[in-house]
Design a protein around this ligand. Structure first.
Ligand SMILES: C[S@@+](CC[C@H](N)C(=O)[O-])C[C@H]1O[C@@H](n2cnc3c(N)ncnc32)[C@H](O)[C@@H]1O
Length: 250
């Protein structure tokens, strides 16, 4: 149920209504700093680990929650066609203008939980970074069902999402009780987040994502919190995870 609180779909309208996008997303360098890596290197490592090996030049790619296109630029360089779906009309308008010269980029305004029907069976690869971390499980689960339909058989999705400790999820209501939010942060994240509170993360664990993906008919390929040579790079600041899912071939 959408109660308007952090991080409901209604709360996520904030990215369109009042967020200061003057750095177009490159201000989110805290995860790189937490992993002890320069931001540009950390960003390139995500492209090298998750995007470059997965995207053929002819691939049709989907991104959920592109914002101002921080990752879309990389996706557009690799893909044959790119669909961007964002909840906020302001972000969709920005991407339309930013990619106006690129015929292969198609921008869609979404309703915050479903994918355009026209994408059914058309997507080879889907990506979402720094978007699903701000979802509650019912919203993410709706997207997983949408991905099970949008991906072609054998197609894959790579999603960055919260990875709170599963055993405390039942106490997630504490997030809405003032100072108890930081108690819940300590219980469910269990580590110093370098001053970022709980990063407005949804009440989601890695286990919950794996179970929801399986219910949606997707196969869990991998779930990681670090990547690159010897796991040099990571997204552990808020205990996040990156999960790779596949629509099984019939
Ligand atoms: C923190 S920004 C990240 C933007 C971009 N992914 C990046 O990493 O630079 C979150 C983005 O997700 C979008 N968003 C939030 N909730 C969404 C939802 N339920 N469905 C689709 N987009 C959503 C917001 O409008 C915003 O563009």
């Amino acid at each position: 149920m959408d109660n308007g609180g952090v991080p409901s779909v209604r709360w996520n309208r904030y990215w369109g209504r009042s967020y200061d996008w003057s750095a177009d997303g490159d201000e989110w360098s805290g995860q790189a700093a937490y992993s002890g890596q320069p931001y540009e290197e950390w960003k390139a490592s995500l492209v090298d680990a998750f995007l470059r090996p997965a995207i053929e030049p002819s691939a049709t790619v989907l991104e959920i929650g592109p914002g101002h296109g921080r990752w879309s630029v990389e996706l557009a360089a690799l893909a044959g066609r790119l669909h961007l779906v964002d909840l906020n009309p302001e972000c969709v308008a920005f991407c339309r203008e930013r990619f106006a010269a690129e015929e292969k980029v198609v921008c869609h305004q979404g309703d915050g939980s479903s994918l355009p029907e026209e994408l059914a069976g058309a997507i080879d690869f889907a990506w979402s970074y720094d978007c699903c971390v701000h979802m509650e499980l019912d919203t993410l689960e709706a997207y997983l069902r949408g991905l099970a339909s949008a991906l072609r058989p054998g197609g894959r999705a790579v999603l960055h999402h919260p990875g709170r400790r599963n055993r405390w999820l039942g106490l997630g209501f504490l997030r809405h009780l003032g100072p108890l939010r930081s108690v819940y942060q300590w219980l469910s994240m269990g580590r110093d987040t370098a001053g970022g509170g709980d990063g407005d993360r949804g009440n989601i664990s890695g286990e919950a994502v794996r179970a929801a993906a399986t219910r949606a008919g997707l196969r869990v390929v991998a779930q990681v919190d670090r990547w690159g040579p010897s796991g040099t790079y990571d997204c552990r600041r808020f205990r996040d995870l990156i999960t790779t899912l596949e629509r099984p071939s019939a």
